[in-house]
Each structure stands twice: as C-alpha cells, then as structure tokens.
Design a protein around this ligand. Structure first.
Ligand code: KIV
Length: 272
C-alpha cells in the first residue's frame, strides 16, 4: 500500500477526515476579505474560517457578539470569490442560532445559499444539540466549537483557559463525543489544557482543530491578523507571530506620507 500523502485539489469535509486518518495535520486560518483569502488559499491552507472574530479584527468591537448574520454573509461572499482549494467554514454569529433549531437552520441556509460557503461553525455542546442535528439533517456540514467559546464571554467573565477543573473537563469530553455522534465533521477546541485536547482527539474519529490546545490534536487554527502581527496588543501564550506586519505597515505608510509631503512621490517615472 502506498504511504504517499494525497494531494487535495479541493479540500472537502471528507479530505479532513482522510488527513486525520493519515496523520497529516490540518492547517486552518481565518480570512474575512477577498485579498487576504486569495493569499491564504494560494499558500495551501486547508480550511479558511470566516470567523466571527471579524467582529474584532475588521469592525473593532471588543467582543464577537455584535457582528450580524448579514455582515458574516458579506465577509463569506468576499472570501468565496477568492478561493480555489480551501474548504470555507463560516461562523453562525451570536443571536442567529441560540433561540431555537428552526432559527439555527434558517441562518445556516442563508449562509450557504447567499455566500456559497461549504460549512458552518457553531459554538457549544449539549445546549445546541437540536440545532446541530437539524442543520446536519438539511445536508449542511457543521464544525463544532468547544472550550473557550467567545460568544459566551459574559458567562465566563474572562478569556482564561477553560476546563482546568475535572467537572468542566468531563462535560467537554461528553460534548465532543456528542458532536461526533450528531455528525459534525470536525471540532475546534479553544484554550484548554493540551493533555485534555490530546485525549479528546484520540477518542473521536473526526478531526480536532486546536487553538491554544497544544500539539496533540489533528490541526491548528489561528486568526490571520494575529499570525501576521497586525494586532500587537493581543499576546496569549499560544500565539506564534510569523511577522510584525503592524511595524512593517506603519513604516511603509509613514514613508509614503514623507514622500508625498516632500514631493518625492510621484516622480518622473510614476506619472503620465
Ligand atoms: O472566530 C474565530 O476566529 C474563531 C477561531 C478563533 C477558532 O472561532
């Protein structure tokens, strides 16, 4: 039998399960607009998440709660226009699925129909079981999200590590199993102890994508603005910055201002 890794022309929910089975780690990043999504897709990131973190990164809100379904659809449409390979997953925003399963299905259908996305993500376990079931029954792939769930920030009170206590860890394990049984194709585990995340990844057949959940899971996700160092006030331990784009952009923009003020720009070659 060949051990060569399969090259995916187009990543599907099935490809992700194959990757888990083959021990190939899954890469996932957020993107919210056409230009960024094009770069991310060209770099062969497997999954692009149109996260409700757009509420923070794109709109400047303190939490993910204010972003609306219409705004998420707008971001998703822009991302979809850019991609050729990645699987695109879109967060159903706060207030668009919590009240009842019918509302959840309606929101998921709007995202799929109006943006052309490939899957949706919802935060929570047993509390949203009926909504997850209903969306999957309609043929829409669902990614779960457990651990630190930012839409519940006012319930938690802080963004600190979740499930350090046994009771919460036990509930998290049950929720992960439940989401697998309901038919979710993957689960994001955010900011939980690495040993717990590893145990969960081993106990389920669907991929577990971690953010602040250690290296024993099946893939990793980061917010693109954090990875590129466009945000500099956010410094959690789990974040690896690959650039300091805030500094680089500031330097470039300041140089532009200087060049305009000094009449250096445009020069002879830069005009008609
Ligand atoms: O909205 C988002 O960016 C997310 C990731 C942090 C997983 O949910």
């Amino acid at each position: 039998m060949s051990t060569a890794k399969k090259e995916f022309k187009r990543v599907t929910v099935k490809s992700l399960v194959d990757m888990k089975q083959q021990g190939e780690k899954i890469s996932m990043l957020t993107a919210y607009d056409y230009s960024m999504a094009k770069i991310v897709d060209n770099a062969k990131v497997d999954v692009i998440l149109v996260g409700d973190s757009a509420s923070n990164t794109m709109a400047g809100h303190e939490t993910t709660l204010p972003i609306t379904l219409d705004q998420m659809i707008y971001h998703a449409q822009s991302v979809i226009r850019a991609i050729e390979r990645a699987l695109v997953v879109v967060d159903i925003p706060f207030g668009s699925y919590q009240s009842d399963p019918k509302e959840a299905l309606k929101s998921a259908i709007r995202i799929m129909k109006e943006s052309g996305a490939h899957a949706v993500k919802l935060e929570g376990g047993k509390d949203i079981k009926d909504s997850v079931k209903r969306i999957i029954r309609a043929g829409i792939p669902v990614m779960g999200h457990l651990g630190l769930t930012p839409q519940s920030i006012y319930k938690f009170g802080t963004y600190s590590v979740r499930a350090k206590e046994e009771a919460e860890a036990d509930q998290l394990k049950k929720d992960a199993k439940l989401l697998e049984e309901l038919g979710c194709f993957a689960i994001v585990l955010e900011k939980i102890p690495a040993s717990l995340a590893t145990e969960i990844a081993k106990s389920v057949s669907i991929p577990i994508i971690g953010i602040g959940a250690g290296n024993g899971v099946d893939g990793q996700v980061l917010v693109i603005h954090d990875l590129l160092g466009m945000t500099h006030e956010f410094n959690p331990r789990f974040l690896r910055r690959y650039m300091n784009l805030y500094e680089e952009m500031s330097t470039a923009i300041k140089q532009y201002v200087t060049d305009v003020k000094s009449k250096d720009f445009p020069n002879q070659d830069e005009q008609y």
